[in-house]
Design a protein around this ligand. Structure first.
Ligand code: SF4
Ligand code: SF4
Length: 343
């Protein structure tokens, strides 16, 4: 068993080194006091009241995972290896490994990944009707939703961009966040105050296929005494476009009689889900890919690659001959495919 030093400074150094060894690309630490003032339903101190520290671990989405979508030739890799693989395999294994080693030293630790399907609040922060209720007066309704990107921000991993993505100085928005809350006291990192990363270039707004990031309306919040602002997000629009429907009910929506082929998806029918990640057909074209291109063009990312991410103008699918193309295809093979579409 590895013995973690008792001294918070030494312990933090150990945790960060070990976090990288178990597979994270970035590790930062926040004291739990940074959640002071958080909405009750989003305050992790209700999950582990004795927690002293939050360890934020960022796992990068490999830039190559997005290459196939950039080329328009291989879409599943982002859903599989870049999004679902990190979210549901690599990251849980890493945070669980590190949390286990912390518990071996006698400090309770809980690893947390992307498990917000059980959260009690909706995207607007309202309690979901008929979902759950507090187990005792004064407690929030289960499950609390810990905002992973805000937690990453509080752990000093980067800033919140206009797209509401956590933008890290190393990999921009191409990271997935895992957390460990623990009773162990660790020396915290400062909140990121480095060179500004998001310059409000609005590339994310222009490239978002769901037109889901407002250019003009914003949300302003105070987090741990810091003013944050991001563009208002149309989460429903994002949900549709993420799966390949450009606007309104689209190709992949069950019971939809409003199918429209659209320029962001080359698929005649819904491709199957990969893990629980849905079908990330849009490939985060605005909030991640356009943002990476912008950050790289400005030279602000510290993790340098030898060739630029964006190598030519993004493609658009030409569906102008759609009716002819589908004319001779057997019934049921085009549009909604209920065998494959499990949403
Ligand atoms: S694309 Fe530009 S405006 Fe949008 S988050 Fe990235 S840097 Fe900020
Ligand atoms: S995931 Fe796609 S649709 Fe959603 S905000 Fe990002 S670019 Fe827009």
């Amino acid at each position: 068993m590895t013995v973690i030093p008792d001294d918070p400074h030494e312990a933090a150094l150990w945790v960060k080194k070990r976090g990288l060894e178990v597979g994270a690309d970035l590790v930062g630490i926040a004291p739990m006091t940074r959640w002071e003032g958080a909405p009750k339903q989003m305050d992790p101190r209700y999950i582990m009241p004795e927690a002293k520290s939050c360890i934020g671990l960022a796992f990068r989405v490999l830039r190559g995972s997005l290459r196939g979508i950039e080329e328009g030739t291989f879409f599943s890799n982002y859903s599989g290896m870049g999004y679902g693989g990190i979210t549901y395999i690599f990251m849980p294994i890493a945070v669980n490994t590190l949390a286990r080693e912390i518990e071996d030293n006698g400090y309770e630790a809980f690893p947390m990944g992307h498990q917000s399907d059980w959260r009690a609040i909706d995207n607007e922060g309202n309690l979901r009707k008929g979902f759950s209720k507090p187990v005792a007066p004064g407690k929030p309704a289960p499950d609390i939703m810990v905002h992973l990107r805000i937690a990453g921000y509080l752990c000093g991993l980067g800033e919140i961009g206009w797209s509401k993505m956590l933008i890290t100085p190393e990999f921009g928005p191409a990271v997935r966040i895992g957390l460990i809350f623990t009773e162990m006291e660790l020396e915290p990192d400062p909140i990121y105050e480095g060179p500004k990363l998001c310059n409000r270039c609005m590339a994310c707004v222009r490239a978002c296929p769901g037109h889901s990031i407002s250019a003009t309306k914003s949300i302003k919040v105070k987090v741990c005494g810091h003013d944050l602002e991001w563009g208002e997000i149309d989460t429903e629009g994002c949900d549709l476009a993420f799966r390949g429907a450009e606007e309104g009910p689209g190709h992949y929506m069950k019971n939809s009689d409003n199918y429209r082929p659209n320029p962001i998806s080359p698929f005649y029918q819904a491709p199957p889900k990969v893990y629980n990640a849905g079908k990330a057909v849009c490939g985060a074209g605005g909030c991640t890919r356009a943002c990476i291109a912008s950050l790289e063009a400005r030279g602000v990312l510290t993790h340098k690659m030898r060739k630029p991410f964006r190598r030519y103008k993004p493609w658009k699918v030409d569906w102008s001959h759609y009716e002819e193309e589908i004319r001779d295809l057997p019934a049921g093979t085009v549009g909604i495919n209920t065998k494959l579409d499990t949403d």
